[in-house]
Design a protein around this ligand. Structure first.
Ligand code: KG4
Ligand code: ZN
Length: 351
């Protein structure tokens, strides 16, 4: 592999964030701009795909210009462009992809498509230069909950994943049940701070089974049932709300910690990278750091701003691909569903 290209622009628009970032030498984040759409989607209580892509189309060039300006980099100085090619909302992905293509074509520099989860994992390597494959990767976000064995030269090996809801989705749904608004994960975590995590007995789904799969829809339902039972008696008090939030968070985190510890033990690896939006959760970070100290593995977390969707992770992953000689060319397409390690665009060289 040759040296990482000096200056890569990353673009990430897989869901409801438009993000752009300039990363130098694959390691140094010169800028990381993220424009959210909370106001657009709040009235609907969730992301509306058509509204997301329309808003991206309005903001993409401004966000990219801001990333270049904050980095102090002229557009002509870029050595490569990296865009998220999937998985995600196709309309949203296409906005970032089309912009990236046009820019790379105009500048005559390589264009690479990055798998969204490859990006999340790159955030951990970006945050901690000591982190080198092989390691165990725990991906916890609004769309994914999975454990991988990350290899240096081979495709990632999926150890287990959720059979139904993703853990971030469960945080968001339980937050909605508790009337904490949208987006729910961070609000639920804040509410849980003042609550008793042992107040309400909730299930730890699948922990009695071997393997590394997860399930979060039953846990969400258990909270809904508990809420109904209490609401039949009297309106939920502020204290009950905090206790339910804390009890849900404890159950959700316990399962992640138990599965991650078992994966580290079974693979015999000494490093665990925890990435994706839910990796910003304080209880998860503290519990896994403690587990690592006890079991003898190192838990690596990106800083919170690089846990949730951002483009620095895409630029960093892109820099590595470009250093390997990858250039996906202008036939690059976007894909709504694609497993990590099976990127169908990887063969699209040339262009
Ligand atoms: O990685 P991400 O930004 O987008 C996806 O690729 O899905 O993850 C977003 C998810 C949302 O479900 C959000 O509620 C959750 O991450 N999240 C959190 C926290 N911050 C974000 N969940 C729990 N605690 C947090 N502090
Ligand atoms: Zn994500």
């Amino acid at each position: 592999m040759s040296e990482a290209p000096a200056l890569v622009l990353g673009i990430e628009s897989s869901c409801d964030e438009m993000a752009a970032s300039v990363v130098r030498n694959g390691r140094e984040v010169l800028s990381s701009c993220v424009q959210g759409q909370e106001e657009v989607h709040r009235p609907y209580g969730g992301v509306v795909p058509e509204l997301a892509s329309r808003d991206h189309a309005r903001s993409v060039s401004q966000v990219a210009a801001r990333a270049l300006e904050e980095a102090g980099v002229a557009v002509e100085a870029l050595d490569g462009v990296a865009v998220t090619a999937g998985p995600g909302l196709v309309g949203s992905l296409l906005v970032g992809l089309s912009f990236g293509k046009a820019l790379a074509y105009r500048l005559g520099v390589p264009l690479v498509g990055i798998h969204h989860l490859q990006g999340h994992l790159a955030a951990a390597e970006l945050a901690d230069p000591q982190l080198m494959p092989p390691y165990v990767g725990l991906v916890v976000s609004g769309g994914h909950t999975a454990l991988y064995r990350i290899e240096a030269d081979d495709a990632p090996v999926l150890l287990g994943e959720t059979r139904d809801d993703a853990v971030g989705e469960a945080f968001d749904k339980v937050a909605a049940l508790l009337g904490l608004g949208f987006p729910g994960g961070p609000a639920l975590a804040r509410e849980a701070e003042g609550g008793d995590p042992g107040a309400v007995a909730l299930p730890r789904p699948l922990l009695d089974r071997p393997g590394f799969d997860f399930s979060y829809s039953g846990l969400k339902t258990a909270v809904a049932v508990e809420l109904e039972r209490r609401a039949a008696r009297s309106p939920l008090s502020a204290r009950e709300r905090r206790d339910l939030a804390a009890s849900f968070q404890a159950a959700a985190v316990d399962v992640l910690v138990a599965r991650a510890r078992a994966a580290v033990a079974e693979t015999g690896l000494a490093q665990l990278a925890v990435v994706g939006g839910v990796a910003a959760n304080r209880r998860l970070r503290e519990s896994l750091a403690e587990a690592g100290a006890r079991d003898g593995f190192r838990a690596v977390f990106p800083p919170a701003a690089l846990c949730t969707d951002n483009a620095a992770m895409i630029a960093a992953a892109g820099a590595r691909e470009i250093a390997r000689g990858t250039h996906h060319g202008f036939a690059l397409n976007s894909f709504s569903r694609v497993p990590l390690g099976e990127a169908p665009w990887a063969g699209d060289a040339g262009g």
